[in-house]
Each structure stands twice: as C-alpha cells, then as structure tokens.
Design a protein around this ligand. Structure first.
Ligand code: ZN
Length: 61
C-alpha cells in the first residue's frame, strides 16, 4: 500500500514524500505533511471565521 497526497500527488516512500508515478500498486489517498498543514490552516481559518461566536465549538472532520 502506497500513500499518495491527494493535493500535490507526492508519494510517500519510507519517511520521505516525493514526486513519483505509481503504477500497479494499491494506493491510499491522504495528505503529505506539507499539504496537511496547509489544508488544516485553511480549514481552521474557514471554521474559525464561520463559527466564531457559536457554542458548537469546532466541527468534527
Ligand atoms: Zn502534498
């Protein structure tokens, strides 16, 4: 099983993420640390603005 970043399409090989084309392998989509941080920041700014003042707290993703 190979992890592929669904944002930048880097592939996780060992502990490294690199641009690589994977063929004939089972892949699982996720985020590389870089895109994960970016996405998290986007989500937090989105919900941070949208939910300010509500009592529901942070959305469960
Ligand atoms: Zn990525």
């Amino acid at each position: 099983m190979v992890s592929v970043c669904c944002s930048c399409h880097k592939v996780k090989i060992g502990n490294c993420w690199m641009k690589k084309t994977i063929t004939g392998q089972v892949v699982t989509s996720g985020y590389c640390p870089e895109c994960f941080r970016k996405t998290l920041a986007e989500i937090e700014s989105f919900y941070g603005c949208g939910r300010k003042g509500t009592r529901q707290g942070r959305a469960t993703l």
